[in-house]
Design a binder for this molecule. Structure first.
Ligand code: FES
Ligand code: FES
Length: 211
């Protein structure tokens, strides 16, 4: 009896969901969806600059910036964590601002200047933030680290530009280069290894050196 009830409830939910979707979608959207053959990707030309190098791609318009970097350009330093904008592992710098590259379509970056972890420094010549992460042991597994470093670099620029955060004590005075600002502004970059205190130490050192 319980099984019968479970099955009929499941069927009820499926039928209900289909009915709701049909009712909720305006007719023109249904018509467009059926007209577009979803099995046939729509390609688009994309020209942008990645790590100082001009790049031209022909991409499926549904391709995220993250996948364009990793799959098309083979820049695997940028990591895919949640693929839902929740972890920050995919953070790159686009025109000076940090973005979750899993949440933005590649074709939205026509003409953009993108910087990934590969563009910040090299093993022989690390960016100051990369060197500070090494010095302060700001990672364990390292999966979140490229995103943390890109985010930290752009985050310090945000503070220097005077952009306040939720942790800023004043909206009219420039925000300070202090740990509470760093913690708030880096809250979108999750580290499952919990290297947070070392990450803040690394960022603080770079901030002090450049103050
Ligand atoms: Fe983009 Fe997690 S992979 S936010
Ligand atoms: Fe492992 Fe951050 S170092 S998730």
């Amino acid at each position: 009896m319980d099984d019968l009830l479970t099955i009929s409830r499941r069927k009820f939910l499926i039928v209900g969901a289909v009915t709701a979707a049909t009712v909720a979608l305006p007719p023109f959207i249904c018509a467009e969806a059926s007209a577009a053959n979803l099995a046939q990707p729509i390609q688009a030309k994309l020209s942008f600059v990645v790590n100082g190098q001009p790049q031209a791609l022909d991409v499926d318009t549904r391709t995220t910036l993250l996948d364009a970097l990793r799959e098309n350009l083979k820049l695997a330093g940028t990591k895919k964590g949640c693929d839902h904008g929740q972890c920050g592992a995919c953070t790159v710098i686009a025109n000076g601002r940090r973005v979750n590259s899993c949440l933005t379509l590649a074709v939205m970056h026509q003409g953009s200047k993108i910087t990934t972890i590969e563009g910040l420094g090299t093993p022989d010549k690390l960016h100051a933030m990369q060197a500070a992460f090494v010095k302060h042991d700001g990672y364990q597994c390292g999966y979140c680290t490229p995103g943390q470093i890109c985010s930290a670099v752009a985050m310090l620029d945000e503070i220097r530009q005077g952009i306040p955060s939720h942790a800023s004590t004043s909206l009219t005075h420039p925000p300070q280069l202090i740990a509470s600002e760093f913690q708030e502004r880096m809250s979108g970059n999750i580290c499952r290894c919990g290297a947070y205190s070392n990450i803040i130490e690394a960022i603080s050192e770079v901030a002090e050196a450049s103050a």
